[in-house]
Design a protein around this ligand. Structure first.
Ligand code: 2PG
Length: 242
């Protein structure tokens, strides 16, 4: 798994969700470094899965370029997209925390089953009517999501597209987002609904999972290819908005 490198909106401290922010210069470098970490650890994926968002696609391309693997087959799905952040999309995290208080801020950010208010279709940060999502049945297109909603829409992709690759003996690289990867890790590691609030995923550092024949992790939590950098970056994600 690889979370995209820092985006322009991560750098500005804005709730992003499905808004298509590109990578910052730092994020581009993180992505290339992610590719070099794959190379150094001799982790060679056979197939790649990304979301439909530019920051994940750019990260996959830069990482694969650095690992000399740009030729790999790639599949993309909205089911790997970041969590839709509803009406919070485009809002400043620190301002939101100051306005609504720590408890409400963390409820929206990290609770398992409390979604932010839905975004209006005519909001400048809504994705309603975007060509990118034209093939998604209207009733599935989210206007907000909590992490539970992300688990529910991500798992069909896991079972129907990623597991078949794994079953065929392929190593799979999933390039996605903080919250869609939190959903995947929750599923793989069997993390509880309350406990998942404390799990954060850093940008640009590959997280390696070895799975057994039943697609369960051999080692719970997997292994970051740069554990020291991951530890510091996880702390920074946890402290956003402070
Ligand atoms: O804004 C977002 O879309 C996500 C990821 O950057 O933020 P958070 O970590 O607060 O869920």
């Amino acid at each position: 798994m690889l979370r995209h490198g820092e985006s322009e909106w991560n750098a500005k401290g804005l709730f992003t969700g499905w808004v298509d922010a590109g990578l910052s210069a730092k994020g581009e470098e993180e992505a290339r470094r992610g590719g070099r970490l794959l190379l150094d650890a001799d982790v060679r994926p056979d197939v790649v899965h990304t979301s439909l968002l530019t920051r994940a696609i750019q990260t996959a391309n830069l990482a694969l370029g650095a690992a000399d693997l740009l030729w790999l087959p790639v599949n993309r799905s909205w089911r790997l997209n970041e969590r839709h952040y509803g009406a919070l999309q485009g809002k400043d995290k620190a301002q939101t925390r100051a306005e609504f208080g720590e408890e409400q801020f963390m409820l929206w950010r990290r609770s398992y089953d409390v979604p932010p208010p839905p975004i209006a279709d005519d909001d400048e940060y809504s994705q309603a009517g975007h060509a990118r999502y034209a093939l998604i049945p209207k009733e599935l297109l989210p206007r907000t999501e909590c992490l539970k909603d992300v688990v529910d829409r991500m798992l069909p992709y896991w079972y129907d597209s990623i597991v078949p690759d794994l079953a065929a003996g392929r190593s799979v690289l999933v390039v996605a987002h903080g919250n869609s990867l939190r959903a995947l890790v929750k599923h793989l590691d069997g993390i509880g609904d309350d406990e998942i609030a404390g799990l954060n995923i850093p940008t640009g550092i590959p997280l390696r999972y070895e799975l057994d024949d039943d697609f369960h992790p051999v080692t719970k939590g997997g292994l970051y290819l740069d554990p020291a950098a991951a530890e510091a970056a996880i702390e920074a994600v946890a402290n956003q908005g402070r």
